[in-house]
Design a protein around this ligand. Structure first.
Ligand SMILES: C[S@@+](CC[C@H](N)C(=O)[O-])C[C@H]1O[C@@H](n2cnc3c(N)ncnc32)[C@H](O)[C@@H]1O
Length: 508
């Protein structure tokens, strides 16, 4: 039976966001990288343990109507919110249950994907064992489990900031009060001690961590990271031994970049020449130390599949996958082309192959088959499939592309998706698309999106916007001189927003 008393998450619900890295097509892509079979995402059965208010599952359920989703959580407040949201968009392929992870047994059913994000480090060992047991017992033969957790030694550096909250306030004080007191104290400590002109009073490592707390600031995240009773980061090596004790095998990381970095990053390649790693896991453990990684998202399969995992990573695996990139291609007044990626930053590309690859990928807004992209690449550069796959391999290492296996990307009917409409009407400025991406909406897009309902008409949208502008809901720069100019400017804004929202897959 689920604990009937109000849980910490009932008092301060978690900051819920869609979690792209848990999307079945992305998990299946990692299986595909290692030549392992997977259940087709389109009609997969997906279970999320600790689903909070269901934001993640609901996003997936919305775009994959033939798949079945079940979410469970101990917090009744969050489960009620999840049920309310599911009802609001008539999602019939997702159910949410108020229950504990420990209460799930084999009778609960079989699932192709078991997801458990942001729970493992924050629960006692008995619940951790239950999570791994479910990843084995309730997983289908081809199934994949996803478990994320905080890792050492990187987390030890953050631990000092957690210790600050624990040193300042007693555990019996309500979490929100501990948070308020701690943050105010940290702010003063940073500001007042900075006035010391000689050697700074505040220890540098502490000051860095305190500053990072003040910049993150979201109470829902910080409370659970720094004030929650349980937060026991562990070494990757320790996690692997718990996984094997539970009869499971490690498949790989939900962030493919972290598994190929030792092959693509020149400095790491050099390092591993001196300190060769005997397995991918060993290389990953070494990189955790070097880069101070604090969080891991590990994919698990049934132990008997261990021998079927082919670790010979060559770029050939791309040929079975779909690829997506968020590469912005810009041409300046001197015809100079630049490519930038939100994570990888400014990208250098050499003609003909490098530039052709980025030109092709700059159009892959949604997951696109390797075949289609490679054909375009050949058309532009005369390069072969193998050359294209090699370039993709290094882009994967740089975190500049996303990979999917058998993604189900439905043709969207005209207008904003019901999910995006629900998100905006609940005051959220983020939603998700069929690739499981987190789509942030700027204030104008949030204002315009609800006007793009069904078979919307451009003139109607302009008239609505004119009404909102008249009420001072937003500003236009330059201020329009007359009504006609205003309608023209509003029309441009509406077109720009509608195109951007279409490109991001939240408007059909
Ligand atoms: C940090 S939140 C993560 C929520 C969500 N998975 C995400 O990442 O956005 C942890 C969630 O696990 C739930 N939880 C903690 N212990 C649990 C247990 N034993 N059984 C079920 N849910 C639990 C909490 O109520 C909370 O909603």
């Amino acid at each position: 039976m689920a604990n009937q008393t109000l849980s910490a998450y009932d008092q301060i619900p978690y900051l819920a966001n869609p979690l792209p890295q848990t999307h079945p097509s992305r998990l299946a892509a990692v299986a595909s990288m290692f030549a392992l079979s997977f259940a087709p995402p389109k009609n997969a059965r997906v279970l999320e343990l600790g689903c909070a208010s269901g934001i993640n599952l609901l996003g997936m359920a919305h775009f994959m109507p033939e798949a079945k989703f079940v979410g469970i959580d101990l917090s009744i407040v969050q489960i009620h919110e999840a049920q309310r949201r599911a009802k609001a968009i008539n999602a019939e392929n997702v159910t949410f249950h108020h229950m504990g992870i420990e209460d799930i047994d084999a009778n609960f059913g079989e699932f192709d994907y078991v997801l458990c994000h942001g729970v493992y480090s924050w629960v006692p060992p008995s619940t951790q064992k239950a999570i791994l047991r479910i990843c084995n017992e309730n997983l289908s033969q081809d199934g994949i489990g996803f478990v994320s957790y905080n890792v050492q030694p990187g987390w030890r550096i953050k631990q000092i900031a957690r210790d600050v909250f624990w040193a300042l306030t007693p555990p019996e004080m309500p979490a929100s009060k501990r948070y308020e007191y701690g943050v105010a104290w940290i702010k003063d400590a940073l500001e007042i001690t900075a006035k010391e002109e000689q050697k700074p009073l505040l220890h540098q490592a502490l000051a860095n961590e305190m500053n990072s707390i003040l910049t993150q600031k979201d109470i829902r995240y910080l409370v659970h990271e720094y004030i929650e009773d349980n937060n026991e980061p562990l070494l990757f090596r320790e996690f692997l031994s718990q996984v094997s004790e539970a009869g499971l095998a490690y498949l790989g990381d939900a962030e493919p970049a972290s598994m190929v970095r030792h092959l693509t990053n020149p400095a790491l390649r050099e390092f591993f020449k001196t300190h060769p790693a005997t397995s991918m896991a060993e290389a990953e453990q070494a990189i955790d130390i070097i880069m101070g990684r604090t969080f891991r998202q590990s994919l698990l399969v049934k132990g008997i599949r261990h021998r079927q995992i082919n670790r010979a990573l060559t770029s050939a695996f791309f040929k079975n996958l779909h690829i997506q990139a968020r590469i912005a291609r810009k041409v300046d007044e001197n015809n100079q082309v630049t490519y930038t990626h939100p994570r990888a930053g400014q990208m250098n590309a050499q003609p003909p192959y490098g530039t052709a690859a980025l030109d092709v990928l700059a159009e892959a807004f949604m997951p696109t088959e390797f075949r289609k992209l490679a054909d375009k690449f050949t058309e532009l550069s005369q390069g072969t499939d193998d050359v294209f796959a090699e370039i993709l391999f290094s882009l994967l290492g740089a975190g500049a592309i996303e990979i999917f296996a058998d993604p189900y990307i439905p043709e969207l009917p005209k207008g904003a998706t019901p999910l995006a409409l629900l998100d905006v009407s609940s005051g959220r400025n983020i939603t998700s698309n069929a690739a499981g991406e987190v789509i942030g909406l700027d204030p104008l897009q949030s204002l315009i999106l609800p006007l793009l309902k069904g078979d919307w008409d451009r003139e109607d949208v302009i008239s609505h916007l004119a009404g909102l502008y008249g009420k001072g809901a937003f500003n236009i720069n330059p201020v329009p001189a007359d009504n006609e100019q205003m309608r023209n400017l509003l029309g441009n804004l509406a077109d720009k927003a509608a195109n951007a929202l279409k490109m991001m897959g939240v408007v059909g």
